[in-house]
Design a protein around this ligand. Sequence first.
Ligand SMILES: [Zn+2]
Ligand SMILES: [Zn+2]
Length: 247
Amino acid sequence: MRLRCAGRTVLDLLLPPRCAMCDNTVEVQGQVCARCFSQINFITEPLCVRCGVPFASAGQGGAEGLCVACRAHPPLFRQARGALRYDEPGRRLILPLKHADRIELAQILAPIMLRAGEVLLQRADALVPVPLHRRRLFHRKYNQAAVLAHAVGRLARRPVLADALVRTRQTQSLDTKSPEERVREVAGSLAVRGSRAGQITGRTILLIDDVMTSGATANACAVALLEAGAAAVDVLVAARVPDPRLR
Ligand SMILES: [Zn+2]
Ligand SMILES: [Zn+2]
């Protein structure tokens, strides 16, 4: 790590630092230029009080402030919040963190997540990242959700239980699946590590992930944490896929 940092400093002297989202030069490596920052679509109200999905208008949630998905199938987590929309600019921030070893992007995302999840962080006893299956972890080398959990945990001064959840079987990619197929695919694929159960029981857990689509994975994690005795589970993600029904 130290070598890598030293290498980067030498590199910074030779090449000007570039924006994390485009080719513009910035002052410090890992920053986003002003133009790209203005393109990020932060999630603001109105949104579903339960799952945090953004609404196009305040009336969409009805009297209870709930989205169609939460009304039809209330999630097992208590509340979820996302920092930004997973649209084209959102993908330019998230995908390199996931697939291109751009761990420094977590330093940009963490303060934004801190703002979006202020209430959830205040009541959280510990942060738990959504795990990768060990085979996927081997190929990617790191879990982007754990990288985000550590960055957010540092800012919010909350402990991170990075290995509390484990994938008990490898699931197929959910990218092309319908919400119902996603629920079936992830059901029962997550569990709390036996040695961590004592740190989960009776605690309010804040689950951390990079992207939330239908919430199927977050819900399956909540099931595992609640079965292990968690008092409540909230969810904080960097980016949220808008529900196409809410345009
Ligand atoms: Zn830029
Ligand atoms: Zn909802």
